[in-house]
Ligand binder design. Structure first.
Ligand SMILES: Nc1nc2c(c(=O)[nH]1)N[C@H]1C(S)=C(S)[C@@H](COP(=O)(O)O)O[C@H]1N2
Ligand SMILES: [Mo]
Length: 199
C-alpha cells in the first residue's frame, strides 16, 4: 500500500508509473510532416550488418509478408498513454527473415525522413510484438501519424516508434538517435521509467 504517498492518477496495472491515459491520439514529432507526390518512389532500406541488404517498395510491404492486426498500449515519455491502439502491418520478425542478420549486429538504428533517427537493442527490435505498421484502426496512417510506414514497439516509450520510416540499419554498437542525443534513454522501458539516460 502507498499510505501517505501520492497515488498515481491511473489505477490500471496496464499503465506504467507516472503515465496518464488519454483517449485522444496526440501528434508529436520534431521536424516536418512529409507528403509524397508519388508513393511508388518510396522505399524502405534494410542494411548494415546483414548478409543480404534489401530495398522494399510499399507494394512489397503490403503483399510479400503476412499481414497482422495487433492491439497494444502505447506510452509516450511526455506522460500520456493510449490503451488498445489498433495497428495493421507486418511483424518485424517477418521482414528481417530475408536479410540474414549477422551475429555481431547488437543494435538497430531506425532512419526516418529528414534524417531523424532512433536506436534500440536488436532483441527489442525483434520482439514478437514489434511491428511495422501501415494502418491504424484499419485506415492507412495519416501523414501526421507516419504515413506510409512507422515502427511500433509498444514495450518501449513511444519515441522509439519511428514515423516515416525509411531505413533499418543493424550495427554492432549502440549509437544514440535524435532524442537519445538530447538526453533520452538508450533503451526506454516505460515500466522501469527509463526516460532519461541519467535515470
Ligand atoms: N520520424 C519521427 N518519428 C517519431 C518522432 C519524430 O520526431 N520523428 N517522435 C516520436 C515521439 S516522441 C512520439 S511520442 C511518437 C508520436 O507518435 P504520434 O504522433 O503518432 O502520436 O512518435 C515518435 N516517432
Ligand atoms: Mo514522445
Amino acid at each position: 500500500m502507498y499510505f501517505g504517498k501520492k497515488r498515481n492518477t491511473s489505477t490500471s496495472d496496464r499503465v506504467p508509473p507516472n503515465q496518464n491515459v488519454t483517449t485522444t491520439f496526440p501528434v508529436l514529432h520534431n521536424g516536418n510532416v512529409p507528403y509524397y507526390d508519388d508513393i511508388s518512389k518510396w522505399n524502405l532500406q534494410i542494411y548494415g550488418l546483414v548478409q543480404h541488404p534489401k530495398l522494399y517498395s510499399l507494394e512489397d510491404i503490403l503483399t510479400l509478408f503476412p499481414q497482422v492486426d495487433l492491439s497494444n498500449d502505447i506510452h509516450c515519455v511526455t506522460g500520456w498513454s493510449k490503451l488498445d491502439a489498433s495497428w495493421q502491418g507486418i511483424r518485424v520478425r517477418d521482414i528481417v527473415k530475408d536479410v540474414k542478420i549477422q551475429e555481431n549486429a547488437h543494435y538497430v538504428i531506425l532512419h526516418a525522413e529528414e534524417g531523424w533517427t532512433t536506436n534500440l537493442p536488436v532483441e527489442d527490435f525483434l520482439k514478437e510484438t514489434s511491428l511495422l505498421a501501415h494502418s491504424f484502426n484499419n485506415e492507412p496512417l495519416t501523414p501526421e501519424h507516419g504515413y506510409p510506414l512507422r515502427g511500433v514497439f509498444p514495450h518501449l516509450y513511444f519515441w522509439k516508434s519511428a514515423k516515416w520510416l525509411r531505413g533499418i540499419q543493424f550495427t554492432e554498437h549502440d549509437h544514440p538517435g535524435f532524442w537519445e542525443r538530447n538526453g533520452y534513454h538508450m533503451k526506454g522501458d516505460p515500466w522501469l521509467e527509463q526516460r532519461y539516460s541519467f535515470d
